[in-house]
Design a protein around this ligand. Structure first.
Ligand SMILES: Cc1ncc(C[n+]2csc(CCOP(=O)(O)OP(=O)(O)O)c2C)c(N)n1
Length: 268
């Protein structure tokens, strides 16, 4: 991490509170005000620094607003739109066993057009880490309903609010994936406040460490904001995330199989 050391007579007693991660490019953001992708990019960049993974990392970008993740994270990247990131990451993993491989996907990408790819990568226990950004909407294409959209939520394709009788229920895809034995780690965090951002960083760290320890697929769902798609201000969006979205998507670690004792010993 590039740090700016405190200067002046009392420098020794002052604590560094800001450092720019080496693994985050120094450029202005294309994301809308109040969008969570920038915060989540930064968490990934800090962890690539802290775990010294940069030179061996290959990221796989998806479709959606975060398609440009490769502009912010200066590691090797493959662009794999329309939900195919877990399939492409499988090929990268198998051809480069020593690489550190992660995908960065939105909820429209992972839980709609890419449902098959993530489920079968999980079934195979692919040794990849998945950052799954759930903002409950298709951000890039104009705010249409996603599988993760909350009941009653208004979107451009559910203008009177999502109705379960017509459009089904929000998909708890991380809970579903946590049932699959090939998934070594599954957790859900949020960026609603600084404490939760710190907790989410710890989850992503664990997901990365699970891959480094030889585990199967690791996934962190990060609840995030889309003020433009939600029709809210950035502040209102954070409040909605903190108080409403978590009612449907509770936070926490769903499974950490590397910590669990093998089943036969646990039962014996
Ligand atoms: C007609 C059509 N269908 C599907 C797509 C693919 N597509 C591009 S962006 C997008 C939405 C992505 O939403 P999400 O993954 O939630 O990411 P966000 O933009 O919200 O970060 C989709 C489905 C497309 N571009 N056009």
């Amino acid at each position: 991490m590039t740090t700016i050391a405190p200067v002046g007579p009392d420098a020794g007693s002052r604590r560094l509170i800001y450092g720019h991660p080496e693994m985050l490019t120094d450029r202005s953001s294309h994301y809308c005000p109040g969008c969570g992708h920038g915060i989540i990019h930064r968490l990934v960049a800090e962890l690539l620094d802290e775990l010294e993974l940069g030179p061996r990392t290959i990221g796989v970008a998806s479709v959606g607003c975060s398609v440009f993740a490769y502009d912010y994270l200066p590691v090797d990247f493959v662009e794999s739109p329309h939900g195919r990131a877990p399939a492409v990451a499988t090929g990268v993993r198998r051809s480069r066993p020593d690489a550190f491989v992660f995908t960065y996907q939105g909820d429209g990408d992972l839980a709609a057009i890419g449902t098959a790819e993530i489920i079968h990568a999980a079934a195979r226990g692919e040794r990849i880490s998945v950052i799954f950004v759930n903002n409950g909407i298709y951000g890039m294409t104009g705010g249409q309903m996603a599988p993760t959209t909350l009941l009653g939520q208004r979107t451009t394709s559910s203008p009177t609010g999502r109705d379960a009788a017509v459009a089904g229920y929000p998909l708890p895809i991380t809970e579903m994936l946590a049932l699959v034995p090939g998934v070594s780690y599954a957790a859900r965090g949020s960026i609603a406040d600084p404490g939760l951002i710190g907790r989410t960083k710890a989850m992503i760290r664990r997901a990365f460490e699970v891959q480094l320890a030889g585990g199967g697929l690791s996934i962190v769902e990060v609840l995030s904001t889309c003020p433009v798609g939600w029709g809210l201000t950035p502040v209102e969006s954070m409040e909605h995330l903190a108080h409403d979205v978590v009612e449907t998507y509770p936070l926490g670690v769903l499974v950490d199989r590397l910590l669990e004792p093998p089943r036969d010993r646990a039962e014996g």
